[in-house]
Design a protein around this ligand. Structure first.
Ligand code: DP6
Length: 327
């Protein structure tokens, strides 16, 4: 029985996961491709206890029952597979503003998968770790990889073929990423609920699934060829379709704020001015912008000046998770 500490980075999807074909296993309707975000990290430690249940600390504070239950259910997966079955003390903290609505579940469950596997003495391959992380949060399976990652949709009902793999290393392409934070409040409707609404209550869901492959192909090839315009146009199209699906749901789901649209407008204007910048937006009001790394500082300054933007974060393709301690 040992304590393990791991860290993992957040990621942003260029071709998105939006809709689960299996809610329990987090199996998607579509494949997805993401960039692992340098500098946006979550640390997770797991210390199995001699007796008793789990004790979960998030950002230094005892977790709310709902959050704690989600993490305990995740630990149960490692306990079921490993030799140890006792509860654990878990501490999780991120170096980016979780309350600002920047997705932290990906880095949280990627770090937790690595730490829990070490603490409960499970020897897992990278792809098995990706499957384990997916069970905690779908997008977490992509945070297991440095640089660019692709999550394969898979077909098997047990999810054994739905995992992520590295598409390209950070060295292959140091793309600039800027995150424009437009609303610091936690989002009202989380991804899980938002996806469920999209799947069963949006007339556009089937069109989303049917047209997704073309975006994935463009983005995969664009990453391989370091073709920013190609991935940028495909990522914007994919993002707008995802939001269109949710806008058309009953009841509708609107993740954007006025400042979200103002940033979109500014990015389009930047392109007219000759800057190769493209936006994408997840299940929240923040806008993530990709651009050449040499123009990242200028893009950040421009977006930081848009009315309603509260702060900007600078990133680039980042590293794989690391096991920092295992005793
Ligand atoms: C819009 O991975 O957070 O960011 O599997 O329910 O935990 P759960 O959802 P999550 O959803 C991410 C949705 C997205 C798109 C993406 O990252 O691909």
């Amino acid at each position: 029985m040992s304590r393990a500490l791991a860290k993992a980075n957040a990621n942003v999807a260029l071709a998105k996961y939006w809709g689960k074909r299996d809610e329990r296993l987090n199996l998607p309707y579509t494949g997805s491709i993401s960039v692992t975000l340098d500098g946006l990290e979550t640390h997770a430690s797991v210390r199995p206890l001699d007796s008793g249940g789990d004790r979960i600390i998030l950002s230094g504070v005892e977790a709310e029952p709902r959050e704690a239950a989600r993490i305990s259910r995740f630990l149960d997966l490692t306990r079921a597979a490993g030799r140890q079955h006792t509860g654990a003390e878990v501490e999780i903290s991120s170096n980016f503003p979780v309350a600002a609505g920047i997705a932290s579940s990906a880095s949280t469950f990627a770090a937790l998968a690595v730490a829990a596997a070490a603490a409960y003495e499970l020897r897992l391959s990278e792809h098995e770790l990706s499957i384990l992380a997916r069970r905690g949060s779908g997008s977490a399976c992509r945070s297991l990889f440095a640089g660019f990652a692709e999550w394969f949709v898979g077909q098997a009902p047990d999810g054994s073929d739905s995992y992520a793999a590295q598409l390209a290393t950070p060295e292959h392409w140091q793309l600039g990423v800027v995150v424009a934070v437009t609303d610091p409040r936690p989002k009202a409707v989380g991804s899980r609920e938002g996806m469920a609404q999209a799947v069963s209550r949006s007339p556009l869901f089937s069109a989303w699934v049917d047209t997704h492959k073309a975006d994935l192909d463009d983005i995969r090839d664009g990453v391989r060829e370091r073709d920013l315009a190609r991935i940028g146009h495909a990522a914007e199209h994919n993002c707008l379709k995802m939001h269109a699906v949710s806008l058309a749901a009953q009841p509708p789901l609107i993740y954007w704020r006025p400042a979200t649209l103002a940033v979109i407008e500014r990015v389009r204007q930047l392109r007219e001015e000759g800057v190769d910048a493209y936006f994408t937006i997840d299940a929240g009001p923040q806008v993530k912008v990709i651009c050449p790394i040499a123009q990242r500082a200028a893009v950040a300054e421009t977006l930081g000046a848009v009315s309603g933007v509260q702060r900007v974060l600078l990133s680039a393709p980042g590293p794989a998770p690391q096991l920092l301690e295992a005793s």
